[in-house]
Ligand binder design. Structure first.
Ligand code: SAM
Length: 335
């Protein structure tokens, strides 16, 4: 009997990957990250402070260190910069609201099978049904903004530093959620004025973020349903971030057409997304994000798909640049 021609590490990695997110969420719930923010701790100190079983704590710390969230020096564990930035509760970039959210942090094969098998999960199951109707309570809007803010603020700051927006005077951010992109762009570009347009309770909640970053004089909000209501005009650019990936081709075309109509000659439509490659076979994060989008009506798009969308809407020139992390900025200009 011959050994398999390729070893089975990829299968082991796949099998064991199921623990990666639960380990981080459990460690957060147990207070591991908050405990280590005070300073390094040995395994025994961590167990004493948090009342953990030694064997359990050892399993957690080994995994968290191997995954890049802890580092060990002289037998004491401490937080890495990644953990400090994204896993501590008072960080501006605290990701746990999104990592731990029901439906995001708890994907099961059963849930995926339902998403794979049908375009219509029923009246309330698919978030886009309610988004389309504009159904959202203030509490839901607050929770959604909290999740999307943690998910998007780093890439918003990354975009603001990687692309020159100094020639944009007025920017309309469509479906801007917490407004983190407008805030980041306004902070970086003193002459820029932005409007965060979203469903009424989301736009109302965005004002707390705008106030927090003291941008009220240059970032305002507009409450609307982007499918039913006229888009405001007077802007020289439209920005949509993580929006096209939620919608089917018809809705995506409507959004591109509305952007085109709202813009003057020379106006630009900016799309910030994690792009699939043009062959549609990777990279893996974009492909997995596209699987997540099965719970919406959309998918991650490639440059070629965005180009086709923009040209069909009437835009004359298109370009793309990598910006930050996994994100790229697609720009289409109206002649
Ligand atoms: C995936 S989140 C993206 C938020 C933000 N652009 C970001 O990158 O973090 C989708 C956003 O679309 C908004 N949205 C969904 N349907 C909408 C509609 N019909 N009209 C206006 N905004 C809508 C949601 O309220 C939410 O803020």
């Amino acid at each position: 009997m011959e050994i398999p021609s390729t070893d089975d590490r990829a299968i082991w990695d796949l099998w064991l990957s199921q623990y990666q997110l639960p380990v981080v969420l459990a460690a957060e719930q147990l207070g591991v990250f908050e405990c280590l923010r005070q300073g390094p701790a040995t395994l025994d100190e961590l167990c004493d402070r948090l009342g953990l079983l030694r064997r359990s704590a050892a399993a957690l710390t080994a995994t968290l260190a191997a995954a890049g969230f802890l580092v060990q020096h002289d037998s004491a564990f401490q937080l890495t910069q990644t953990a400090r930035l994204y896993l501590l509760r008072d960080s501006e970039f605290y990701w746990i609201p999104m990592l731990g959210a029901a439906g995001y942090g708890h994907m099961t094969t059963e849930a995926l099978m339902r998403n794979l098998r049908t375009e219509n999960l029923g009246e309330d199951d698919r978030v886009t049904v309610r988004w389309e109707r504009g159904e959202m309570s203030p509490q839901e809007a607050h929770a959604a903004n909290e999740r999307f803010h943690s998910h998007s603020f780093p890439s918003a700051l990354g975009l603001a530093r990687s692309h020159d927006f100094s020639d944009v005077r007025r920017l309309l951010e469509v479906a801007g959620g917490s407004g983190c992109y407008s805030i980041a762009l306004a902070l970086q570009n003193p002459k820029l004025r932005c409007t965060v347009a979203d469903l009424p309770p989301v736009a109302a909640d965005a004002r707390t973020y705008i106030a927090k970053y003291q941008c009220e004089d240059r970032v305002d909000t507009h409450a609307f349903n982007m499918f039913d209501d006229a888009w405001p005009t007077g802007y020289d650019a439209v920005l949509m971030t993580n929006i096209l990936h939620d919608w089917d081709p018809r809705r995506r075309s409507e959004l591109a057409a509305s952007a085109f109509s709202a813009l003057p000659s020379g106006g630009r439509m900016f799309i910030h997304e994690i792009l699939l490659n043009d062959a549609q076979d990777g990279p893996l994060p974009a492909a997995l994000f596209s699987v997540m989008m099965l719970s919406t009506r959309g998918k991650q798009l490639s440059f070629l798909e965005l180009e086709e969308l923009a040209r069909e809407a009437g835009f004359a020139t298109v370009e793309v640049q990598h910006t930050y992390g996994y994100y790229s900025l697609f720009t289409a200009t109206k002649r």
